[in-house]
Design a protein around this ligand. Structure first.
Ligand SMILES: Nc1ncnc2c1ncn2[C@@H]1O[C@H](COP(=O)(O)OP(=O)(O)OP(=O)(O)O)[C@@H](O)[C@H]1O
Ligand SMILES: [Mg+2]
Length: 440
């Protein structure tokens, strides 16, 4: 910024600090008399403990009760007491970003947790941003290679498309995200691990992502033991980092595992501030925060953020409120099926239940036709599978079913992919077209 521009800001600067004092702590919430602040502002709480001396914890303003400011801490609190000084910063949460973050594992506040330090000279950005103006968003017309045959071939994703991965626990969500992160030709990956157990974070980074994947990724991790606010901020911080790179003109891949845990964290906060529980205990703010978060990705006039959000669907209940809301916001969904995983068909993508709403706008005619034909054959086989398996279907009865029986093993083998195998988008499409033409 030029000196002339800086001078203009001087009248708006506050030359004194605003303080308040803690007067009550109820469960997760801290109530304080002052300071003057707005929702979302970060406050510093100064703690003077006889045991551990002086420390500062950060908290966020989440509500007001008459004259009282209601705060929620970013960290676990142990030693807070009445009378502690609360210093207002008048700013929402900000994180430091820059290309130097690539390869690092960060917490929700953007601090490295992998033993490294943040370099100097990074840009500061707010974690809460508005989604791009819908009228300046360029339409999606280019394909994004993810390097997974079932997706590139049957559910082609565009640069800037937002897709949900819906699955029960242990069906292969994290493994699939790891494959995509390693195989994609996106300029870089930003991966938010929200509400996972600590062990899973390490497993994901070492096993699923591997050295090769981490070298082109930034990981933001907020484990399940962290306060609800930190888990939510993890999602916002990762999105803000992805936005920074999008504004630099890059094609970014954002992965969030899982958006259900973000919703659960918001429910925890909502209930703590006294919101009424609505559908399945989820409070209204859960349903307002989801579009605010998920609409931020996609294209803008500079670059794109292609996003994969995982959604936990317990007992394969796709109509559960979070699954339903997320599906309505995104431009496609990939369903992982436990019955396929049980048969050893990995990645366990059920192509019949999945859809990419943009595939037909971004793919070539012969590719679309081939995918449609194989989907029809696969559907026919699945519809008659029970009859075929018990031997109740006689060959020659239906030409369609006969053809489907012939094709089924070929389609299944096309959809299967070793977890370390990388297949390019061009190879996947060629294989699919050849298969549909009757070649093997
Ligand atoms: N592509 C694959 N190839 C072989 N095995 C796989 C594959 N994907 C998943 N698995 C098996 O399934 C297990 C669970 O996978 P993963 O951890 O990815 O599931 P998840 O859906 O992320 O689980 P959670 O709900 O616990 O997060 C893996 O440990 C592995 O044994
Ligand atoms: Mg997982």
């Amino acid at each position: 910024m030029k000196a002339v521009d800086l001078i203009q800001h001087i009248p708006n600067l506050s030359t004194f600090k605003k303080y308040g004092r803690v007067n009550r702590v109820v469960g997760l919430m801290i109530e304080s008399q002052g300071p003057e602040s707005s929702i979302g502002d970060v406050c510093k709480i100064h703690i003077n403990s006889s045991k551990n001396g002086y420390s500062v914890i950060l908290a966020e303003v989440v509500g007001f009760k008459e004259e009282i400011v209601v705060l929620m801490p970013y960290t676990n609190i142990r030693e807070i007491s009445t009378g502690c000084l609360v210093e207002g910063t008048n700013r929402p949460l900000e994180v430091k970003v820059g290309p130097e973050l690539i390869g690092k594992v960060l917490d929700s506040m953007g601090n490295p947790i992998d033993g490294t330090v943040l370099p100097k000279g990074l840009r500061t950005v707010g974690t809460e941003q508005d989604p791009p103006n819908p009228l300046t968003r360029p339409p999606i017309h280019e394909r994004m290679e993810v390097g997974v045959k079932a997706i590139d071939g049957m559910l082609t994703v565009g640069k800037g498309q937002r897709v949900g991965i819906f699955a029960g626990s242990g069906v292969g969500k994290s493994t699939l995200l790891g494959m995509i992160a390693r195989n994609t030709n996106a300029d870089l990956n930003v991966i938010a691990l929200i509400g996972e157990r600590g062990r899973e974070v390490r497993e994901f980074i070492e096993r699923d992502l591997g050295k090769e994947g981490l070298a082109k990724s930034i990981v933001v991790a907020a484990t399940s033991d962290q306060p609800a606010l930190m888990r939510i901020k993890g999602a916002f911080t990762a999105t803000a980092i992805a936005e920074y790179f999008r504004d630099k003109g890059l094609n970014v891949m954002l992965m969030m595992d899982s958006v259900t845990r973000v919703a659960m964290a918001q429910r925890e906060i909502g209930l703590a501030v006294g919101e009424p529980p609505a559908t399945r205990g989820y409070t209204p703010s859960v349903f307002s925060i989801l579009p605010k978060l998920l609409e931020r990705t996609g294209t803008n006039e500079h670059g794109s953020i292609t996003a994969f959000y995982t959604v936990l669907v317990d007992g394969d209940d796709m109509n559960e409120p979070i699954a339903d809301t997320v599906r309505g916001i995104l431009d496609g969904h990939i369903v992982l099926d436990r019955s396929l995983a049980n048969k050893g068909q990995y990645p366990a993508i059920n192509v019949l239940k999945s859809i990419s709403r943009l595939m037909n706008h971004i793919s070539e005619e012969k590719h679309i036709k081939a995918a449609e034909r194989l989907r029809d054959l696969y559907f026919t086989y699945n519809k008659s599978e029970d009859l075929i398996n018990i031997g109740a279907y006689k060959r020659g009865t239906s030409k369609e079913i006969d053809e489907a029986i012939l094709y089924e093993p070929l389609i299944t083998s096309f959809l299967k992919q070793g977890y370390m195998d990388k297949v390019s988008l061009v190879e996947s499409v060629n294989e699919l077209v050849t298969l549909s033409d009757g070649g093997v």
